[in-house]
Write a protein that binds this ligand. Structure first.
Ligand SMILES: [Zn+2]
Length: 163
């Protein structure tokens, strides 16, 4: 009757010197960071689009336009909170979430646990329902040359018992 719903999200930001690198709510020390209207958190942005995609509702650019001064330098946590609220309002909860971050350097591995914890808290699920993988781009193209960061997210939403 109410099958689970799957969603995919993708995001990419350019990296430039003199900016902060925020990945999944974690500030990672690096010689460059994201060029973006908000804080440029590729993980949070891709998660929002994956959840909205599963719900069949718009996308992050429609909900939070990057020409709206309200979202300048915004903490992308508020975007995830909005997506989580919409998920609950529609009668769904996280089944599981699989995140792949593509970043040439620095290494993501020391930060993966913190990113998983942030996502579990914001989405109202267990850490075991959230996976975060990091990979390089084999030094190829803009990501591999250290000039961009990208993220893919797949999410499965399940009906909550109360609905
Ligand atoms: Zn983004």
């Amino acid at each position: 009757m109410n099958p689970p719903r799957i969603g995919h999200g993708f995001d990419l930001h350019r990296l430039e010197a003199g900016r902060r690198l925020i990945v999944g709510g974690v500030h990672i020390e690096h010689d460059r960071g994201c060029v973006a209207h908000s804080d440029g958190d590729v993980v949070y942005h891709a998660v929002v689009d994956a959840v909205l995609g599963a719900l069949g509702q718009d996308d992050i650019g429609q909900l939070f336009p990057d020409n709206d001064a309200k979202w300048k330098d915004a903490d992308s946590r508020v975007f995830v909170e909005e997506a989580a609220w919409r998920m609950k309002a529609a009668g769904y909860a996280i089944g599981n979430l699989d995140v792949t971050v593509i970043l040439q350097r620095p290494k993501l591995s020391p930060h993966k646990a913190a990113v998983r914890a942030n996502l579990a808290r914001l989405l109202g699920c267990e850490i075991s329902q959230v996976n975060v993988k990091g990979k390089t781009h084999e030094k190829v193209d803009a990501i591999g040359e250290g000039n961009a960061i990208a993220c893919h997210v797949v999410v499965l939403l399940v009906r909550t018992a109360s609905q």
